[in-house]
Ligand binder design. Structure first.
Ligand code: SF4
Length: 393
C-alpha cells in the first residue's frame, strides 16, 4: 500500500492493493481499527461539509500505518454509506470524494515538475486520463500557443511527447465528443451545451479547468458505481458497524416538523446555538458537527443561504462552506435535515442543558418555536419587521 493509493483510493491500483493486502475488513471492523473511525469521519465530513479530508489535516502517507488506515477507510466508508441506504447520501458522498480528489490533483499538477518526477505520491494529468480510459480521447488543442505543450505534467496522452521541456500543461484541450457528452452536463450552464462549443473533427475544445471538471465527474461516477451494495455474507460487518451507522443517521435525523417560525430573532435562539455563534465570532473553528448543527438550525428557521452568509459574515465560517452546507440542507430532493436532537447535541458536547430546558423541548427548533411564541412581537433580524410570534408558532 503506498501513499498514492491512500490519496486516490478509487484508482484501480488502490483496489488491487486492498485485494492483495493480507487484511480482512471484517476483522478490522471487529477490532475497531483506526481505519474504522477514519471511515466514519470520511462519511460524516462528506455529508456535512462536502469533503472527505481528515479534520486533523493529516495527509495520507505521513506514516505507513496512516497510509494503511487511510486506504482501508475507503472500502469501509463505502460499507457505511451502503448501510445508510439513502440515495441523496450516496450522491453527496460520491461528490465529496470527487471534490477532495480533484483538490489533490490540482495541488499535484502545481507541484514543480522536477519534484513530481521523484515523488511517487503525485499524479500527472496523463495518469488521470489513463485511469479513466481517456488517454486517446483527450489531446492538447493544436491551436494552443507554441511552447506551452508537452510538459511532463501533460504526459503521454495530453502532452504527446511527454517530458520535452519545462512547459506546463496547455491551457486548452480537445476531448472526443462521446466522452464529453458522458462526463459533462448541460445543467452545469449554457456554456457546456454542445451547440455553444467549438467542435471540430469529432472533438470539443475545453479549457484546462473544464477538463478537470469533467474528470471530477468521472471520479464521482467511479465512486458511486455499485453503491449501495448488498452486504450479503458480510452481515457481521453490518452488525459491528451498527452504532456508527446509527450515529450518522442520528446526526442526519430526518424528522419532520410542524412549520417552524419563519422569523430570525437571535435574542431568542437556544443557548446551544448562541454558544456556537459566539464561538465562531471569536474566530474559533467549529467542528463538523457544530457547524452542521448551527447551519441546520438557521436553515430550519427559514433563512436562505444568502441570509446565512450575511448573518455569519463576522465569524470564522467562510462563505463558500456556508453556501455548500446550506444548499445541501435546503436541496429539493427530500434531503432536508433538521438540526439534531438535544440528546444528540449533548452527546457531541454542544448542549450543556442550561436551566434543564431539555425538559421543555427535545430539539433546538422546538425550543426556539416555544420562545418565539411566548415572546409575542419580535423584531426580525432580516428586515427589522415586527412579527407576531404567537401567530407564527
Ligand atoms: S437543551 Fe436543546 S435547545 Fe437547549 S441548549 Fe441543549 S440542545 Fe440546545
Amino acid at each position: 500500500m503506498d501513499a498514492l493509493d491512500a490519496k486516490y483510493p478509487f484508482f484501480g491500483s488502490a483496489r488491487e492493493a486492498v485485494a492483495e493486502a493480507a487484511v480482512s475488513l471484517p476483522e478490522l471492523v471487529a477490532a475497531d481499527a483506526p481505519a474504522v473511525e477514519r471511515a466514519r469521519e470520511r462519511v460524516e465530513r462528506a455529508l456535512l461539509e462536502g469533503t472527505v479530508a481528515a479534520e486533523s489535516g493529516a495527509f495520507p502517507g505521513e506514516s505507513a500505518s496512516d497510509t494503511q488506515a487511510e486506504l482501508l477507510s475507503y472500502p469501509i466508508a463505502r460499507i457505511l454509506v451502503s448501510l445508510l441506504d439513502s440515495d441523496p447520501a450516496i450522491e453527496k458522498y460520491a461528490a465529496a470524494e470527487a471534490a477532495t480528489a480533484m483538490e489533490r490533483v490540482r495541488r499535484d499538477l502545481e507541484t514543480d515538475d522536477e519534484l513530481r518526477s521523484v515523488s511517487s505520491a503525485t499524479v500527472g494529468l496523463d495518469d488521470l486520463l489513463a485511469e479513466f480510459d481517456l488517454a486517446d480521447a483527450v489531446r492538447p488543442d493544436a491551436t494552443a500557443p507554441a511552447g506551452v505543450r508537452g510538459g511532463p505534467g501533460a504526459g503521454t496522452a495530453a502532452g504527446a511527447s511527454g517530458g520535452t521541456g519545462g512547459g506546463r500543461d496547455p491551457d486548452h484541450y480537445r476531448i472526443d465528443v462521446g466522452p464529453y457528452l458522458r462526463l459533462t452536463s448541460p445543467e452545469w450552464g449554457d456554456s457546456w451545451r454542445l451547440v455553444n462549443r467549438a467542435l471540430a473533427d469529432g472533438a470539443v475544445r475545453v479549457s484546462r479547468e473544464e477538463l478537470l471538471a469533467a474528470l471530477e465527474a468521472a471520479v464521482e461516477a467511479r465512486v458511486a458505481e455499485g453503491l449501495p451494495f448488498e452486504l450479503g455474507a458480510d452481515e457481521e460487518i453490518a452488525a459491528a458497524l451498527e452504532s456508527r451507522v446509527a450515529d450518522l443517521r442520528r446526526l442526519l435525523s430526518e424528522r419532520t416538523y410542524a412549520e417552524p417560525p419563519d422569523v430570525v430573532a437571535p435574542a431568542l435562539f437556544p443557548p446551544c446555538m448562541t454558544n456556537l455563534i459566539e464561538k465562531a465570532e471569536r474566530d474559533a473553528a467549529l467542528s463538523a458537527a457544530e457547524s452542521f448543527a448551527l447551519m441546520s438550525f438557521l436553515v430550519g428557521i427559514g433563512m436562505t443561504p444568502d441570509e446565512v452568509v450575511a448573518f455569519c459574515a463576522d465569524t470564522s465560517l467562510d462563505a463558500e462552506g456556508i453556501r455548500y452546507q446550506t444548499e445541501f440542507l435546503t436541496d429539493d430532493r427530500g434531503t432536508q435535515y433538521p438540526p439534531p436532537t438535544c440528546e444528540t447535541l449533548a452527546n457531541y458536547e454542544i448542549c450543556h442543558n442550561e436551566d434543564d430546558h431539555m425538559q421543555v423541548a427535545a430539539d433546538p427548533l422546538s425550543y426556539y418555536e416555544k420562545r418565539v411564541a411566548a415572546a409575542g412581537d419580535v423584531t426580525d433580524w432580516r428586515d427589522g419587521r415586527e412579527t407576531d410570534g404567537a401567530n407564527e408558532a
